[in-house]
Write a protein that binds this ligand. Sequence first.
Ligand SMILES: [Zn+2]
Length: 270
Amino acid sequence: MTRTIIAGVSVYDGTGTPAYDADVEIRDDIIASIRPAASHPPTDSIDGRGLVLAPGFIDAHTHDDFAVIAAPAMTAKVTQGVTTVVVGNCGISGGMNVTAHGDLPDPLVLLGAADAFRYDDFAAYAQAVDRAGPATNVVALVGHTALRARHMDALDRDATGAERMAMRADLTTALDAGAFGFSTGLAYANANAASTEEVMTLAEALRDTNALYCTHLRSEAGEIVAALDEAFAIGRHAAAPVVVSHLKCAGAPQYGRSGEILAMLETAAL
Ligand SMILES: [Zn+2]
C-alpha cells in the first residue's frame, strides 16, 4: 500500500463551498481521508501550505483528438490541473477516416495532417487512445463535418437522404462504441450548406442515449438569435442536452447584446 499525506493544503472540493485548510490522505491512489489541518504537519507529508488542492478540471472545449495519442503525457493540460479533455468539438473530430472523397477539408486540417485520420471507425480510434494511455481522461464527440467528409463527395450542398442515413448510422455506431455526443460547426464553409433538417436527422441518433449535442453556432454575429433557436430546435428534436461552444456576440453591432443572449440560454426549455 502507498500512503501520501498532503498537509495544510487549501481544499476546493468542487461542491462550491469555500476553501478550507486540510490534511488530505491518499492510499493507493484513492483519497482515504480529509481532516482539518493539524497545527504541525505530519511527518513524511507533502507540505501543502500556501497551495490549493482541487478535483481535476475538465477542459470542455479542446481539439486534442490526436494530441492525446501523439503526446499522451498531455503536459500542457495536466500542468494546468486539467485531468479530462473533451475532443471532437466544432463539427471536427479525428475518430474516423474522412479522406475517402479527396483531400482533408477545412477546418479538419486544424486537427492534423491527412495521415492522422487513419482510423476506420470510432472504435478503432478509441482503441488507439486506450493504447496511447493519455494522462487525461478523454471524452470524445463525433463531428458533423467529419461525417460529411466521410460520406459526401461535395460539401457545398445539403446531404441527400441516403447520405443522412449513412451519417446517422455512423454516429449511432460511434455512440455505441463510447462517443459522448455529436458536434456541429455550421458556421464553417464545409458545414454551412447543411440544412437544419440534415442536422436534425443525424441528431436523432442521440435520442435515449444521454449523449450531448454540442454546437459551434451557425452565426455568432447578426444572426445569433436565429442560430441559437436552431440549436435549441435540434436539441429538442433529438431530446438531447445542448452545449453552446464558445458563445460570442461577435462584431461591433453585437456589442451589449450578451444579456439578451444569455437570457435565451436561461429560458430555453430543452
Ligand atoms: Zn468552434
